[in-house]
Design a protein around this ligand. Structure first.
Ligand code: SAH
Length: 204
């Protein structure tokens, strides 16, 4: 079933073989809520706890491909959710830091990582808008929720040459990539429309 999913992703334009191999390897059904496992290899988003979603495989592959991850890259993920995107990043041998603002998901996914032997460097319960200044700078930052605006803190936590991939917009989002060219200059590229649950600010 995973091979078939990979064929679908290739047909939709995903070409990076390391990304495709990671999708072929990670057992997405184990990241799903009970009742949905049977649908895990459809190219669709599904509900997880706390009214959130596990991203569509095409979206995961698309965002990951844009990051051009090399082994050892330091990557910050905003929106741990089910942990599926985290697992894909780990298979690419990135050092992953992941932030989740829903306590229920943070706890559940942390336990799941331990049970499965996935080893992100840190999973943090907190507000991704602020990034993770104590671990900056990062080779890549990936935001897996729709951001009404681009958090300045995230841009400031990129290495020179580092990339921020973020879906920007309210109802629908435009996949946007910022590459840091120098201390003050960022190159911006846009890649079409996607739909995400919203990136929310913490009230605590
Ligand atoms: N990568 C995840 C996507 C989950 S959906 C997966 O494929 O399973 C997006 C996630 O972002 C949700 O879990 C949501 O709670 C989280 N989120 C929303 N706003 C956030 C914020 N400000 N900081 C951290 N996480 C946030």
């Amino acid at each position: 079933m995973r091979n078939k999913l990979v064929d679908i992703l290739i047909a939709k334009g995903i070409a990076n073989t390391k990304v495709l191999d990671a999708i072929r390897t990670v057992p997405r059904h184990l990241f799903m809520d009970s009742g949905f496992e049977g649908h895990a290899y459809q190219d669709k988003a599904f509900p997880i706890a706390a009214d959130q979603t596990i991203s569509q495989p095409y979206t995961v592959a698309f965002q990951t491909e844009l990051l051009e991850i090399e082994p050892g890259h330091k990557v910050l993920e905003i929106g741990t959710g089910s942990g599926y995107q985290t697992a894909i990043l780990l298979l690419l041998k990135a050092k992953v830091y992941s932030i989740e603002r829903q306590l229920q998901l943070f706890k559940k996914t942390n336990l799941f990582f331990k049970k499965m032997g996935y080893r992100p460097k840190k999973v943090i319960f907190g507000d991704g808008y602020k990034g993770l200044p104590e671990e900056a700078p990062f080779d890549s930052i990936i935001v897996t929720a729709g951001a009404p605006e681009v958090p300045k803190a995230l841009l400031s936590q990129l290495k020179i040459g580092g990339k921020l991939v973020i879906p920007v917009g309210l109802e629908k989002q435009t996949m946007t990539m910022f590459t840091r060219k120098s201390e003050k200059e960022f190159e911006k590229k846009e890649y079409g429309a996607f739909r995400f649950v919203p990136l929310l600010e913490n009230k605590n």
